[in-house]
Design a binder for this molecule. Sequence first.
Ligand SMILES: Nc1ncnc2c1ncn2[C@@H]1O[C@H](COP(=O)(O)OP(=O)(O)OP(=O)(O)O)[C@@H](O)[C@H]1O
Ligand SMILES: [Mg+2]
Length: 343
Amino acid sequence: MSNLPDHVGIDFGTHSVKAVELAKISSSRPELVNLGSQVTPKGVINSEDKADKKKLADALKKLFSSSGIKNQKIVLALPEFSVFTRFLEFPGVKKEELKDAVYFEAKQYIPMPLNEVQLSYVPIGFNEEKNAPKVLVVAAPRKIIDIYINIAMMAGLELIAIETESTAMGRAMYRSTGKKDLVILDFGANTTDMSILTEGYLVFSQSIAIGSDSLTQAVINKFNFNFQRAEEFKRNYGVTENILEGKIYEVLSPILESIMVEVRRGIEFYKSKTMSSAPKDFLLNGDGALLPGLSEYVSKSLLVNATLAQPWNNIVVNNKFKDIIAKSGASYSVSIGLALKDE
Ligand SMILES: Nc1ncnc2c1ncn2[C@@H]1O[C@H](COP(=O)(O)OP(=O)(O)OP(=O)(O)O)[C@@H](O)[C@H]1O
Ligand SMILES: [Mg+2]
């Protein structure tokens, strides 16, 4: 049984705010009730300014009214770039001592005073060799949490839980694939978020400060196009080597490569911390993942098996939503994961 009632998952992106409402979330076949998205006003994400919060709350209201979502209970995600996560092991520490140990250790790793963050941790198994409980520590700045509590209130919605984008994403990917070992890349407008699932647990996440808008910007810089035209070129040609004599590929690939450098670094960090090899299955999410040729590019660059995620697998979808989902299925993964949260 679910501890949380059916609710709407809200993903605040810098490009768009996305909502998904599901029913029967604890069953093996949840049902899509409704979904929608709304362009995010410029510069409002994480802003403490009252007028900005009002703009975001208004966008949220508009999202609910335009897509006809009636359920007022929401679960939302804090943007990944605003939270800190860290995988830690505690050799010799007993279960009842873990909480104190986490708080003590966290001081060294969290780049903010502890009284300014909300600290939580998820036990993710046990390292037999080191006799050490393993945990993922998550720290979210209170300031940021307050912003979103405020926005939910201003929009007249009932906020029932908050989590991080990567946690929601991990849940959505696990439920759609049944796979417990995955690397997940979320190509957003401003950032590319990376997370690693092992044995079904989220053990690593990081936000890389380069997103799909940088690709558009590179096309603008190179060809002197306006934004609209550059965006069209990006979406139509993508990162395919043999199109337009490779001219677009040449512009886009160095930026993608700088993202890959950070992904590789993340993998190396993961390997050094866990002493195990990283998963070879990569799932690509976010609207930026729709870039033609991206899966092949990532597969080749990292020598892995990268595919576009299918977050709607195992969710019952009415025909009236089929068109939206066919066009932008992988952009709703975080919202789906939030809607699936059941405890
Ligand atoms: N068909 C497409 N092909 C390539 N890129 C696309 C396509 N559609 C949208 N994009 C790009 O995807 C980006 C937006 O992705 P998304 O909506 O997932 O971002 P977001 O979640 O709002 O942002 P962030 O996660 O960075 O806060 C934009 O840069 C946009 O240009
Ligand atoms: Mg996003």
